[in-house]
Ligand binder design. Structure first.
Ligand SMILES: [Zn+2]
Ligand SMILES: [Zn+2]
Length: 413
C-alpha cells in the first residue's frame, strides 16, 4: 500500500493529467506497472485522470494497453462517469466504444453516468449515453425507458437533476427520450418533488417551460403538500411563480399522440416544437405583463415581421388564413400551418368511452393522420424556402380561441 507517491509516480500522473502523450509513453516504457497505479487520496487510476481531464490521446493509449474501461475509484466512480461529469465528449465516445458499462452506480449518491451528464448539463454526453443505451444490452436487459428513468440513491431521475440544476437542453432531451415528467423523488430535494418542483426551486424559466409543454402537472403536490407554485414563491422566483400559478392560463402541451410516434418526421417535429414554444412564449408574455414581471427574452423573435409579406407567394393555411403551410399530411397531401396542426392534435384527447386513443383526422378529407412531414414549398427556390423558415420564426401566439373555432369548424364539415 502506498502512502506517498514516488516522484516518478507523481511525474506519471501529472503527465497523464496534462495530456503529455510522449512522456506518458516513455515512462510506461521502462515501468509498465505504473499503468495499474492509483492515486493515494481518491484511488483514481490513470484512466480516471485522463477521462476527467479530457486527455483523449492518453486515454486511448491506456485503453490500447488493455486497461479495463470500468475501473473504480474510492467513490466507485468509473472513468466514464468522470468524463460525463466534466463534459469530455471525445473521452465519453472512446470509453463507450471500448465497452464501458453505462449501468454502474457510484457510492456517493448511487448515480450513473447518465445522472452525471444531466446534473452537469452536458447534453452532448447525455445524447451519446442515450444512444449507447438504445443499442447496448442495457436496452435488452433493463429496457430503454427504465434506463432513461433510472433513479439514484435518493430516488432522483436524471430529469430531476437536470431540472434542479437549470439544464433546459438536458431536460428537453430526456423528455424526448421518454423521461417521466411527473415522477416524484423519494428523498432528493424535498421528498415527493417532481421535476417541476425542482425547476421551481432553482428558478429556471426555461426548464419550467419545457416541463409544462410536456404536460407537467401544476397541481401535483410534494410530500409536504406543496405545489410547484408555492415552491417558486418561497424561493422568490416571481416570474416562475406567475407561470406556475394554477390560476394563470394553461400552457399549450405537446400533444401526447405526437410524443413518441416514430412516424413524425424529424423536420416536421422541429417545426411543430418551434410553433408550440412560440405559442407558449406569447402566453408567458401575457401572464407576466399582468403580474409586472419581465421576461428575459433570449432571441429577438419580435424583429423582422415584414418577412411575412415576402412569404405571401407561398401557400397560406386554409384553416386560419394567417400562417404559411409548413406541415403536410403525408397520406393525403393536405397542408396546414404548424400551429393549426398542433391545435388539431392538442384537442384530440383520448375518448374515454372507447378507451383507445383516437388518431387525429385530417380536417380536409377526414382520413387518419399517420405521418406528418414538412411541406415542401411548391416553387422550390432557395429564396422561398428561406422566407418560409424565417416567417416561422415570426409566428406569433396561437390566438387559441380563434383558431380552435376554425379547426373545429373545419373538423365538423
Ligand atoms: Zn393555420
Ligand atoms: Zn387530407
Amino acid at each position: 500500500m502506498h502512502h506517498h507517491l514516488s516522484s516518478e509516480e507523481q511525474g506519471f500522473f501529472s503527465a497523464v493529467q496534462s495530456g503529455d502523450f510522449e512522456t506518458v509513453k516513455e515512462i510506461l516504457e521502462y515501468n509498465s506497472s505504473l499503468i495499474h497505479l492509483s492515486t493515494v487520496y481518491d484511488r483514481s487510476s490513470a484512466l480516471h485522470v485522463a477521462a476527467a481531464n479530457g486527455q483523449i490521446e492518453v486515454l486511448s493509449l491506456l485503453l490500447d494497453r488493455s486497461v479495463k474501461p470500468d475501473l473504480l475509484n474510492r467513490h466507485k466512480q468509473t472513468p466514464l462517469m468522470l468524463a460525463a461529469m466534466h463534459g469530455k465528449i471525445s473521452c465519453v465516445t472512446k470509453l463507450i466504444e471500448a465497452g464501458a458499462n453505462i449501468l454502474m452506480f457510484d457510492s456517493v449518491n448511487g448515480r450513473t453516468c447518465l445522472h452525471y451528464a444531466a446534473y452537469y448539463g452536458h447534453s452532448d454526453c447525455l445524447q451519446l449515453i442515450l444512444s449507447a443505451a438504445r443499442t447496448s444490452q442495457v436496452a435488452a436487459s433493463w429496457g430503454y425507458s427504465r434506463f432513461v428513468n433510472i433513479r439514484d440513491g435518493k430516488g432522483a431521475t436524471p430529469l430531476h437533476l437536470a431540472a434542479r440544476q437549470r439544464r433546459p437542453e438536458c431536460v428537453h432531451m430526456l423528455l424526448d427520450n421518454g423521461a417521466l415528467v411527473c415522477a416524484s423523488t423519494s428523498r432528493y430535494g424535498f421528498p415527493g418533488s417532481t421535476p417541476l418542483h425542482l425547476a421551481a426551486r432553482s428558478g429556471s424559466l426555461d426548464c419550467i417551460r419545457e416541463l409544462l409543454a410536456w404536460g407537467a402537472d401544476r397541481l401535483q403536490r410534494d410530500a409536504s403538500g406543496r405545489i410547484p407554485y408555492m415552491v417558486a414563491l418561497k424561493n422568490h422566483h416571481g416570474a416562475c411563480a406567475a407561470l406556475l400559478n394554477p390560476s394563470s392560463a394553461e400552457p399549450l402541451v405537446w400533444p401526447s399522440p405526437l410524443k413518441f410516434i416514430s412516424e413524425l418526421n424529424h423536420e416536421a417535429k422541429a417545426l411543430l416544437e418551434h410553433a408550440l414554444m412560440e405559442a407558449n412564449r406569447e402566453r408567458e408574455k401575457t401572464i407576466l405583463k399582468k403580474t409586472g414581471y419581465s421576461l428575459p427574452s433570449p432571441s429577438g423573435s419580435d424583429s423582422d415581421i415584414d418577412n411575412l409579406s415576402e412569404a405571401s407567394d407561398t401557400e397560406l393555411c386554409c384553416i386560419c388564413f394567417d400562417q404559411v403551410c409548413t406541415i403536410e399530411v403525408q397520406e393525403c397531401g393536405h397542408r396546414m400551418c404548424a400551429q393549426c396542426t398542433l391545435a388539431l392534435c392538442c384537442h384530440n384527447k383520448p375518448n374515454p368511452t372507447t378507451a383507445c386513443p383516437s388518431v387525429p383526422l385530417c380536417p380536409f378529407c377526414r382520413s387518419n393522420i399517420v405521418r406528418l412531414v414538412a411541406a415542401r414549398v411548391k416553387t422550390e427556390t432557395i429564396k422561398t424556402v428561406m422566407s418560409t423558415s424565417q416567417s416561422l420564426e415570426n409566428l406569433g401566439g396561437l390566438g387559441t380561441r380563434v383558431r380552435e373555432a376554425a379547426v373545429l369548424r373545419a373538423y365538423q364539415q
